[in-house]
Design a protein around this ligand. Structure first.
Ligand code: HEC
Length: 205
């Protein structure tokens, strides 16, 4: 008799503890499942983003090479101006928006928004801290204009070849050409290995 009196509250307490624990486990499992779902959603989106960026980079590079072969660097500037926005637009389909941006821009319509600016500043910091260039990527699902939106950025390295038009000692006649096309150009003074800017891509989900 005494035994059951003592045991009953203990059993109730044990029962409550088990219930609590199982709820906690269930909640954790739910959070883990949600995390796993988000991770896989993000990795699918990242693959798609990288693919579009690959096509963008390839087309830009091809256009630039043809232009340089046809008429040298000044012609390259004209062709970049004429073709780059159209190439980006042609790849901005199915809810995706493809572009390039930088902390020092040539074309003012490539100016970073506040999210992009923060990511670019983050890349500069990571690079200064010794991060490998290939690790300068960032993706996030954010709320934008009331819509769930996937955003991805990938840093673009200034190579030796880019410096003819973006370096510290651009040929004076080319500077003149650039200034005539882009009066408020900020995109010179780069050195090889610098972060020239980034590919930036969004998709509303
Ligand atoms: C022939 C000159 C020329 C060369 C060479 C060149 N660029 Fe550019 N770059 C331009 C012009 C012109 C624009 C502006 C294009 C536009 O109007 O969208 C530009 C724009 C950019 C932008 C977009 C951001 C902004 O400032 O508007 C990035 C990023 C960029 N260039 C990176 C590079 C990289 C990386 C290389 C080397 C692989 C390179 N460029 C080589 C002329 C050049």
């Amino acid at each position: 008799m005494i035994k059951t009196v003592v045991a009953a509250p203990a059993i109730v307490a044990l029962g409550a503890a088990v219930t609590l624990l199982s709820h906690q486990l269930m909640a954790e499992t739910e959070v883990n499942a949600q995390d796993a779902y988000l991770d896989s959603e993000k990795s699918v989106l990242e693959q798609a983003a990288k693919q579009r960026i690959g096509s963008f980079a390839k087309e830009l590079g091809g256009t630039l090479k043809t232009a340089l072969a046809d008429g040298g660097f000044p012609h390259g500037v004209s062709m970049c101006k004429e073709k780059a926005p159209g190439i980006a637009a042609a790849l901005s389909t199915d809810g995706w928006h493809v572009g390039r941006t930088s902390l020092k821009i040539r074309n003012s319509s490539n100016a970073p928004d506040s999210w992009e600016k923060a990511v670019l500043e983050g890349f500069e910091q990571q690079k200064a801290d010794g991060a490998a260039f290939s690790s300068l990527v960032h993706s996030e699902i954010v709320e934008q204009d009331g819509k769930r939106t996937y955003r991805y950025m990938q840093a673009i390295r200034a190579g030796e070849f880019c410096l003819s038009c973006h370096g510290a000692s651009v040929d004076p006649s080319l500077v003149e050409k650039i200034k005539s096309e882009y009066p408020s150009d900020q995109a010179t003074g780069f050195a090889a290995g610098d972060i020239r800017g980034a590919f930036t891509i969004t998709k509303s989900l």
